[in-house]
Write a new protein. Structure first.
Length: 299
């Protein structure tokens, strides 16, 4: 009985020392939750070990979707680019300055839209391994907005080179939203977004503002463009008035001329008639004839 007790004690102490030894080589891999980088800039992705320990002789593998090909690999004390994703060729660097303290950041140069997404930092020693995730968010503010009046009542606004997917808002003088009549978001070969929108001009508004923003808190507002709504309308009104006025004047003048001509002819006839009547001795017609002569003078 006592012998059995002794054996159990020995077994327990062996297990305990093994556990303590394993604790000393165990580590946790730590990275950031997310890193934001503007398109074309250089970015540092964090990765470290806790507790602090020398990682010089460990395998450090940064990968994105697949374990291999990888984004970056450090193995047997040096970098290995043999199975690197072509997308990252010549753009990655593992900073080893503090590797003996378990800190090794990954530098990615000239980030592209395709670089965005989750990165895994996988660390393996002879006894243990661990992994941590960090999200890289790439942002790009597009080209200056272009507002153009295509037809009399339709206004377009567009911009390209956005990342991530942007959204567009139209506002009028009072800052009220204007519902677009058309909106398109396209993706180019570099995974950047092109946004295009159109509105029918609200009849009461002269200044229309187009604003494009992307979901990561970077936004860009267009320079406010004034669209003089009243001007073309007033012009058209004036024009139409001229159109009505001038032909009417011509018609009236022509009519007056024709009436005068008719009256003259009538007057001649009347005079002939009066002369005849006078000769015939009928005075009743004379006053009428004079009346007509008077009207003729007015013309
Ligand atoms: C890698 O980058 C270096 C310097 O940044 C440059 O000299 C070299 O030509 C590049 N190689 C490739 C394959 O792009
Ligand atoms: C290494 O650690 C030192 C001291 O904390 C720090 O100043 C330096 O920036 C670190 N270098 C890298 C590449 O992390
Ligand atoms: C329209 O914009 C112009 C110039 O930006 C400004 O002077 C004018 O007051 C604006 N008009 C209205 C109605 O907001
Ligand atoms: C954008 O978000 C970051 C944190 O995610 C914050 O520190 C920064 O002030 C924000 N910028 C703007 C312009 O809202």
């Amino acid at each position: 009985m006592a012998c059995n007790m002794h054996k159990t004690m020995i077994a327990f102490s062996i297990l305990w020392s093994l556990y303590k030894a394993s604790l000393s080589v165990r580590f946790k891999v730590v990275s950031g939750p997310s890193v934001v980088a503007t398109l074309g800039s250089d970015v540092l992705l964090p990765c470290s070990l806790t507790p602090e320990m020398n990682a010089e002789n460990m395998e450090i593998r940064w990968f994105k979707i697949t374990y291999q090909p990888y984004v970056h690999l450090y193995i047997n004390g040096k970098d290995d680019y043999t199975a690197q994703m072509p997308q990252f060729a010549n753009r990655t660097e593992l900073l080893k300055e503090n590797i003996t303290r378990g800190i090794f950041l990954l530098r990615i140069r000239k980030v592209t839209a395709q670089d965005s997404g989750n990165y895994y930092c996988f660390v393996e020693s002879t006894e243990h391994h661990g992994v941590a995730t960090v999200q890289l968010q790439v942002t790009a503010v597009g080209s200056p907005l272009v507002i153009s009046v295509i037809t009399e009542d339709t206004v377009f606004c567009e911009s390209d080179g956005w990342y991530p997917e942007p959204y567009l808002i139209w506002t009028d003088n009072e800052g009220n939203k204007v519902i677009p009549s058309m909106e398109k978001v396209l993706k180019d070969e570099k995974s950047l977004y092109h946004i295009l929108s159109a509105i029918y001009l609200p009849p009461t508004s002269s200044n229309i503002t187009c604003t494009v923003s992307s979901s990561l808190n970077q936004s860009k507002q267009s320079s406010t463009q004034t669209i003089e709504m009243r001007l073309p309308v007033t012009c058209r009104d004036l024009y139409s008035r001229y159109i009505v006025f001038w032909p009417s004047l011509v018609v009236i003048l022509m009519l007056l001329g024709y009436i005068c001509f008719l009256l003259k002819r009538l007057g001649k006839l009347q005079r002939i008639y009066v002369n005849r009547n006078l000769r015939a001795g009928n005075p009743a017609r004379i006053s009428q004839s004079e009346g007509i002569q008077l009207t003729q003078h007015h013309c």
